[in-house]
Design a protein around this ligand. Structure first.
Ligand code: TRP
Length: 470
């Protein structure tokens, strides 16, 4: 038995603290902003079905694997992968997995922060009463005004990055734990209230039907890949965020149980958000496939017409920004932990450098919504014909880098690492539960990811078999 390593960065104060931090990482713009708009773009029910399936058979097992690797390695993902590869007598170049994760984290945060900036901007609009009594067209023009103005977007992006790097600089325990403790329950309460409004909107039934009645002729191979990519994105998997959080996890905490709790909470938030948004979409004759602006064009209508909408609207966008904040921290933590470990930097300096790099990269996303809105870098690939830089960044990270990262994490955990080591670290005994995890991560997850990839490239065609759209 190897002696347990210790993290130089400190650890969470308790099991609850880990659950809160990991839930804070998982619950974010992915649930409230991205899930509704991509479900709307890909036809609803069938997309939601594939997403839920991926959460269950890919997300939960990979989350367990990531937490396990992190807790065993107790370092930044780059160094954890190197140490664990050495321990297993494998090639130290497994640390590349950590590098690709750090890269994905930078790229994701660069656009994530811009969208979080929208939420901040909307919080002030709600507070000022801008939405009161506004029509759907009025709300749409507020959105266009904001996204059409690069300077305003840059200002909010800057505010959000500064807030994020401030928490990261202070370290994992101060601040973050406390923030999440109140945020997640508050977010639930507000979403449930919005669902109450949606129920009374007259189109609740239509909204539910859109979300939960699968029609596989409405989703194509690319839609399936996007649903799978989103399962990784929403659970913060495939780039080392959950691994680095796992590295701060106390011993003797059940990895299986906590992973399941986090996945359930995360899924619940996404579904509650979807159930609030689509009834409003249909009741106001809006387009489910409106794209990244969907929540910003629908929910203000609700706030503009409900009693106390001013307060709830302000609070809602505040909570969205908060949820994004606790997620953003985990996107950059692997890089910061590595800078501290390998470059001898203080957390403050490491956070500054990482933050400035991400901030600069954010300009690509900012201009994608205005000056470069007509710049489509890959017109020769049919699915990217109309894609802006923002869309490509999102696609590359969420649908390619994260699933690939997850695939390698799976392969490492059960094909490279010794079975005894994962058995010891997962600490659930050599019973049915462990064996199920082992078999799923060994066979089901890699095969599922591979099929979805091959199908979308057209190298192998399963679409006909599954009844998908062409
Ligand atoms: N899961 C977060 C969300 O849904 C985003 C996020 C945080 C993330 N850390 C991550 C996505 C790591 C991918 C990888 O908003």
């Amino acid at each position: 038995m190897t002696t347990a390593r210790k993290s130089i960065h400190g650890s969470w104060s308790s099991r609850l603290a880990f659950v809160l931090a990991a839930t804070g990482s998982a619950v974010g713009l992915g649930n409230i902003w991205k899930f509704p708009y991509i479900s709307g773009e890909h036809g609803g029910g069938a997309f939601v079905f594939v997403y839920l399936l991926c959460i269950g058979i890919i997300g939960v097992p990979i989350m367990m694997a990531e937490v396990m690797l992190g807790r065993r390695g107790r370092q930044s993902p780059i160094n954890t992968m190197r140490a664990l590869a050495q321990e297993a007598g494998a090639d130290p170049r497994w640390s590349w997995l950590g590098w690709s994760g750090v890269t994905a984290g930078f790229l994701i945060l660069s656009y994530y922060s811009v969208i979080a900036g929208w939420a901040l901007a909307y919080m002030f609009r709600a507070m000022a009463g801008t939405f009161t009594g506004a029509t759907a067209e009025g709300i749409a023009s507020i959105f266009e005004q904001l996204t059409g103005d690069p300077e305003r977007l840059l200002a909010w992006h800057t505010v959000f990055m500064v807030l994020t790097m401030m928490v990261v600089a202070r370290g994992v325990r101060s601040g973050l734990e406390q923030a999440v403790r109140y945020l997640v329950p508050a977010l639930f309460v507000l979403l449930i209230m919005l669902d109450g409004y949606a129920m009374a909107s007259g189109a609740f039934h239509q909204g539910l039907e859109f979300l939960f009645t699968p029609d596989f002729s409405k989703i194509d191979a690319n839609g399936v890949l996007i649903a799978m990519g989103h399962a990784f994105f929403t659970l913060s998997l495939g780039m080392g965020a959950i691994m680095v959080y796992g590295s701060y996890m106390p011993e003797r905490v059940s990895i299986a149980r906590t992973s399941i709790i986090i996945a359930l909470l995360d899924t619940l938030v996404a579904l509650l958000a979807g159930m609030a948004i689509f009834p409003i979409v249909f009741a106001n004759g809006l387009e489910p496939g409106a794209g990244p602006g969907l929540i910003f064009q629908t929910l203000p209508i609700a706030f503009g017409h409900m009693d106390g909408g001013l307060v709830f609207g302000t609070l809602f966008f505040l909570l969205v920004a908060f949820a994004a904040w606790t997620s953003a921290i985990s996107l950059i933590e692997p890089a910061v932990a590595w800078l501290v470990e390998n470059k001898g930097m203080t957390r403050v300096h490491a956070s500054m450098y990482a933050g400035i790099a991400t901030w600069g990269l954010g300009l690509l996303t900012i201009f994608s919504f205005n000056r470069w809105a007509d710049f489509h870098p890959l017109p020769f690939i049919p699915i990217f014909k109309d894609a802006t830089l923002f869309k490509l960044l999102d696609y590359l990270t969420a649908n390619i880098m994260l699933p690939l990262g997850g695939l390698f994490i799976a392969v490492f955990s059960v094909w490279v690492m010794k079975r005894d080591d994962s058995l010891q670290e997962l600490d659930m005994g050599d019973g049915a539960a462990y064996r199920l995890w082992y078999a799923v991560v060994r066979y089901v997850t890699p095969v599922a990811v591979a099929i979805v990839f091959l199908n979308v490239t057209g190298l192998v065609d399963f679409s006909g078999l599954l009844g998908l759209a062409e």
